[in-house]
Design a protein around this ligand. Structure first.
Ligand SMILES: [Zn+2]
Length: 66
């Protein structure tokens, strides 16, 4: 199950395309290994009515915030 509170995520406006796609750690910005990445759930993008983004995190960052 996704372990997340959207309040702990950075605002999508500050993130790179890779971070928004879940290709890079949403906190650290490092490229993610798919098998190790933590899925943080689909998030609504407040800037656009129907936009979604897909944050993922590396295990180290996820552990630091759990
Ligand atoms: Zn990280």
């Amino acid at each position: 199950m996704p372990a997340t509170t959207s309040g702990s995520l950075p605002p999508p406006a500050t993130l790179t395309d890779a971070q928004l796609r879940g290709a890079a750690c949403v906190w650290g910005g490092g490229r993610l290994d798919t098998s190790a990445a933590m899925d943080l759930g689909v998030q609504p993008d407040q800037r656009y009515p129907d936009a979604r983004w897909y944050p993922r995190a590396c295990p180290a960052c996820a552990a630091a915030r759990s």
